[in-house]
Design a protein around this ligand. Structure first.
Ligand SMILES: [Zn+2]
Length: 90
């Protein structure tokens, strides 16, 4: 498994609206900070500074349930990164 640990039975399939990268993440949320183009917010701000807002460019496309489905997407997305053809992904 490339994105999530072996045996994962539930995760989210996300696509970034900024860099168009698809990825899997164990965290389930409507939106996430893109691990490829997004920046994690530095929480060490002074008490008088405004809390920075993370730009959550990646959007939850689909909940993946079941080890088989998770594994299928994991493989497909890994192939996409290494130049494989994944046009049949829905
Ligand atoms: Zn991105």
């Amino acid at each position: 498994m490339y994105y999530v640990p072996d045996g994962t039975t539930q995760c989210g399939y996300y696509e970034c609206e900024d860099c168009e990268t698809g990825f899997l993440d164990l965290r389930i949320a409507p939106r996430l900070v893109c691990p490829y183009c997004g920046e994690e917010v530095d929480m060490e701000v002074g008490p008088d500074e405004e809390m920075p807002v993370a730009h959550e460019g990646a959007k939850l496309i689909k909940m993946l349930e079941g080890a088989e489905e998770v594994e299928k997407y994991d493989i497909l997305l890994s192939l996409a990164i290494t130049g494989g053809d994944f046009n049949w992904i829905d």
